[in-house]
Design a protein around this ligand. Structure first.
Ligand code: ADP
Ligand code: AMP
Length: 217
């Protein structure tokens, strides 16, 4: 049976960083809804343009287009063994849709690591975040997770860039949106005995080791 892991937590908690690590250690695909929207925008698709108009304001992209995009992505061959979902679901409607689509793929949500950190840390993380222009899954921080060479990705030597929505005001709004629309999913997954809470203020390697141990159990 395919295995699906949902990474939950506020923006900047470390979901993308840990998803990239876990995907390399397992046979699971890394699916980041934010990265899928950014790729669409780069390719100038209608979905990309629509998504960007919400992302720049720190708002969520509407459920219907987000759900359709994830369903299509999960149907691809590299998700045969399952996937690590990073940034999806973010609303109750998305969580319900995920349950339904996973039954179609003969799977279910196995585990929901919930990575926590308080607002001050989240803002500090997002404002120092640099991502690889060639592959957004390669994530750095100018103080906490530096590339070997400033401004250059360790993996593919591409240029590092800052995200348009990592401005302090936008991050603060994204956290507010998270608290209103996504935080209720913590209770939902806890009630379903899926939640595994991790203190995201620990070092990257410590969080990674705890996650891997739990996932391989
Ligand atoms: P999210 O996907 O939850 O928004 P990211 O994985 O992109 O978060 O991480 C946000 C920023 O914080 C990045 O710059 C990343 O390098 C940094 N970061 C991630 N985890 C940690 C950690 N445990 N300690 C310090 N910085 C971290
Ligand atoms: P992220 O890369 O996860 O930080 O997401 C960046 C932005 O993409 C968010 O602030 C939203 O605007 C949008 N986004 C990503 N995932 C979702 C989702 N599951 N539902 C709605 N909007 C999303």
């Amino acid at each position: 049976m395919a295995k699906y892991i949902v990474l939950l937590g506020p923006p900047g908690a470390g979901k993308g960083t840990q998803a990239d690590f876990l995907a390399k250690k397992t046979k699971l695909a890394h699916i980041s809804s934010g990265d899928l929207f950014r790729e669409n925008f780069k390719k100038e698709t209608e979905l990309g343009k629509l998504a960007k108009s919400f992302m720049d304001k720190g708002e969520l992209v509407p459920d219907n287009v987000t759900i359709d995009m994830i369903r299509e992505r999960l149907s691809r061959a590299d998700c045969k063994e399952g996937a690590i979902l990073d940034g999806f679901p973010r609303t109750a409607a998305q969580a319900d849709a995920l349950e339904i689509m996973l039954t179609d793929f003969h799977g279910q949500v196995d585990l929901v690591p919930y990575i926590t950190a308080d607002q001050e840390i989240l803002i500090e993380r997002a404002s120092g975040r640099w991502v690889c222009r060639a592959n957004n899954a390669h994530i750095y921080h100018q103080l906490f997770n530096k590339p070997r060479q400033a401004g250059i990705c360790d993996v593919d030597n591409a240029e590092l860039v800052q995200r348009d929505d990592d401005k302090v005001e936008t991050v603060a709004h994204r956290i507010k949106v998270y608290l209103e629309q996504t935080a209720p999913l913590v209770k939902y997954y806890r009630d379903h005995n899926k939640l595994f809470e991790i203190d995201g203020t620990q070092q990257v390697e410590v969080v990674s080791a705890m996650l891997l141990t739990r996932i391989q159990k």
